[in-house]
Write a protein that binds this ligand. Structure first.
Ligand code: COA
Ligand code: MG
Length: 281
């Protein structure tokens, strides 16, 4: 499953869910949690179930993979969420306020079938200390959030005046990145809330890709193409990767070689192969 862009859609907005199918997102996250008011939860569960049932084949036809974000495990809402979607043909579940592999296993045990889980793995203070605990079993990837944790600890904000993260959230972002790679699953960058600022989004997503994230969550249709572009290799990157692989193929047994005046060795070859594999070559 390719996961460059994952678009959130509130679960109580059927017309938005229908529209989201055709926006080019790799996945939709049909939300039953924070985007849905308490009074709308029941209607949202029914709407999400109906939508998944009606569009189970979307992914097979080149459409998005369907994920459902349930409510946190420690609350009263998740039981009804799970009951409403049990047996539906979604690709996976998004688990907010996740706290390590035990929480992934607990969610998977709540419903029949074998759904991959994408934990939002940084939303409670305890969660921060479980970011190295995940393993690949049943995991679709690992992602983080910068909104719930400051609220949980009484911080005023997670952001500097210029929009960059404060130090605590830089740490959490980095731990999520390494936690995902330690588990061997995709590292998914968090949302960029200022959805009218597409230039800022492009810079943010480019930084994420540079750092080793392979996809990102979106909240607005306009963000999808920018994110897909940021997490797709450019022609120049592909050409360079092919050149690195060709160079080592031409010199079997070589450790370090030079390409255009720069040293290339095992990590460069590994990175080139990873890039080409991700691009389907
Ligand atoms: N999915 C599908 N369609 C969406 C969408 C989304 N997430 N967000 C906006 N749209 C559609 C609107 O329906 C509208 O369609 P129309 O032109 O056919 O009327 C169009 O895109 C433009 O929307 P716009 O007016 O720019 O945004 P808005 O003010 O109506 O909504 C948000 C802004 C943030 C409320 C909305 O983008 C949204 O709900 N995002 C997801 C929120 C969410 O799920 N959060 C939880 C995780 S952080
Ligand atoms: Mg939240």
């Amino acid at each position: 499953m390719r996961l460059r862009s994952l678009l959130f859609v509130p679960g109580d907005r059927p017309e938005r869910m229908a529209k989201a199918l055709g926006l080019g997102a790799d996945a939709l996250i049909l939300d039953l949690e924070d985007a849905v008011a308490p009074s709308a939860k029941a209607a949202a569960r029914a709407a999400v179930r109906a939508f998944v049932d009606a569009n189970a084949g979307a992914q097979a036809n080149g459409g998005p993979a369907l994920f459902v974000r349930v409510n946190p495990l420690d609350g009263e809402l998740v039981g009804d969420d799970v009951a409403a979607i049990a047996g539906a043909a979604m690709a996976g579940l998004v688990l907010p306020k996740a706290e390590g592999r035990a929480s992934v296993a607990a969610l998977r045990a709540m419903l029949p079938g074998d759904y991959a889980v994408l934990p939002i793995a940084s939303e409670t203070p305890r969660a921060v200390f479980t970011l190295g605990d995940y393993d690949a079993a049943g995991l679709a990837g690992l992602t983080w959030g910068a909104e719930d944790l400051p609220a949980a600890i009484g911080a005023a904000t997670s952001r500097e005046a210029d929009g960059g993260y404060t130090d605590p959230y830089r740490v959490v972002r980095a731990l999520t990145l390494f936690g995902a790679h330690a588990a061997g699953v995709p590292a998914i960058e968090t949302v960029y809330p200022d959805f009218r600022d597409l230039d800022g989004l492009a810079r943010y997503a480019a930084r994420g890709r540079r750092d080793g994230f392979t996809g990102m969550m979106a909240i607005h249709p306009a963000q999808v193409a920018v994110i897909n572009d940021a997490f797709s290799p450019s022609e120049a990157e592909l050409a360079h990767a092919r050149a690195v692989v060709a160079l080592f193929d031409a010199h079997p047994g070589a450790g370090a070689l030079q390409l255009d005046g720069r040293m290339v060795d095992a990590p460069h070859l590994k990175a080139a192969r990873r890039l080409l594999a991700a691009a389907g070559e």
